[in-house]
Design a protein around this ligand. Structure first.
Ligand code: PLP
Length: 400
């Protein structure tokens, strides 16, 4: 039979980061020594006390359906966390637990966006945002930021993107892929514009606890009550507690929106995994020593790799304030050739590094910036050293 896929399915792009991960896996399976800078998840183990909470949940038979929007105990733990870390007050009706924050974000999109709506997405952006917005027939409006400005949004750029169709602004601080964090004055500017123009704010704070050089995360929702009322804070246990596979994310925002998200979720996935919810309670309320140790180690690697990259003539790499990615500008090499084949863009550069240096990176084009590559330092120091040497050698071999 002839299958006619929906236009939604035909137009959706697969996740580029997962695609790179699949290629790396295949190469490794073939026995090739690959240095993987493509990873979007911590290379640390989920802390033991979190695993124990899940094991206890299984032993105690906590293995059935739960309330679709999450168990009360986890909602309370999230409320405690948002108060403790972000100074934000919510009640349980303003909180939903989902199957990862990617799912929380899609619930937001389904509950709020439709054909004709424009959603502002600053670039570089995490690939999923634009795809999810398109999946619900709305339009992402990309607002570029500049490397020279530390990838920070300017008021002029944001203002000029707002039209009568603009429904929301999507923020991600610290940012995947640049690691940039939105400074306080800028958060205030964005908040003021959102209030002035009556826009919703979606604040993806997945990397909030991975910050460096004394930078501390601040949620835009905590600026004042007027902003909090129009903001949906999205967060996850994935990155801070090395729990990517457990699939627990959450959102907090106006009760009316959370209720709509819960209704949609109840018809699509029902509850997030019962056992993982218990583990998330332990993560949010338990000791944070492992997280602190992880940040120290990420910082060590970050500094090392920035130094190595900036020492390569032709590369510039800004100092990211958070997350676990570097976003070096490699466009100085565009036009140079390897074996007579010129490299013209980030996809060709990533392919060149994969083929010749066996180093996995993600092309910046996937994040809305073709001048860059995204390198994740969520891999051991030893692999980072090897990878840096290989990149240096491969780029040194390019000829004009
Ligand atoms: N937000 C950002 C910016 C991310 O980079 C990711 C994952 O890479 C997520 C959200 C989703 O994380 P999860 O669905 O595991 O909570």
């Amino acid at each position: 039979m002839t299958v006619h896929l929906s236009s939604r399915a035909r137009n959706a792009s697969p996740s580029a980061t997962l695609a790179m991960a699949a290629i790396a896996k295949q190469m490794k399976a073939e026995g090739i020594d690959v240095v993987d800078f493509g990873l979007g998840e911590p290379d640390f183990e989920t802390p033991d006390h979190i695993k124990e909470a899940a094991i206890t949940a299984i032993r105690e038979g906590f293995t059935r359906y739960t309330a679709a929007a999450g168990i009360d105990e986890l909602k309370q733990a999230i409320i405690t966390k948002l108060k403790r870390d972000n100074g934000l007050s919510y009640n349980p009706a303003e909180v939903i637990v989902s199957c990862g924050s990617k799912h929380s974000l899609f619930n937001v999109a389904e509950a709020l966006f439709e054909s004709g709506d424009e959603i502002i997405v600053p670039a570089p952006y995490w690939v999923t945002y634009t795809e999810q917005i398109r999946l619900v027939d709305a339009r992402p409006v990309i607002v570029p930021t500049r490397e020279e400005d530390g990838f920070h949004l300017t008021r002029e750029a944001l203002e000029s993107a707002i039209t009568p169709k603009t429904k929301a602004i999507l923020l991600n601080s610290p940012c995947n892929p640049t690691g940039a964090m939105i400074p306080l004055e800028q958060l205030r500017t964005i908040a003021a514009l959102a209030v002035e123009r009556d826009l919703l704010v979606i604040s993806d704070e997945a990397y909030e606890s991975l910050t460096y050089d004394g930078h501390a995360h601040m949620s835009i929702a905590s600026l004042d009550e007027e902003v909090r009322k129009r903001t949906i804070v999205v967060n996850t246990v994935s990155k801070a507690y090395a729990m990517t596979g457990w699939r627990i994310g959450y959102a907090a925002g106006p009760a009316e929106i959370i209720k709509a998200m819960s209704t949609i979720q109840s018809q699509v996935t029902s509850n997030p995994t019962s056992i993982a919810q218990k583990a998330a309670v332990a993560a949010l309320l338990g000791p944070h020593d492992d997280l602190r140790a992880m940040v120290v180690e990420f910082d060590r690697r970050r500094k090392y790799l920035i130094g190595r990259l900036n020492a390569i003539p032709g590369i510039t790499c800004t100092n990211p304030e958070g997350a676990f990615y570097l976003f070096p500008n490699v466009s100085g090499f565009y036009g140079a050739a390897a074996n007579g084949h010129p490299i013209r863009n980030s996809a060709e550069m990533a392919a060149y590094l994969l083929q010749t240096a066996h180093v996995v990176s993600v092309p910046g084009s996937e994040f809305g910036s073709d001048a860059h590559l995204r390198l994740s330092y969520a891999t051991s120091m030893e692999r980072i050293r090897t990878g840096a040497e290989r990149i240096e050698r491969a780029l040194g071999a390019l000829r004009r």
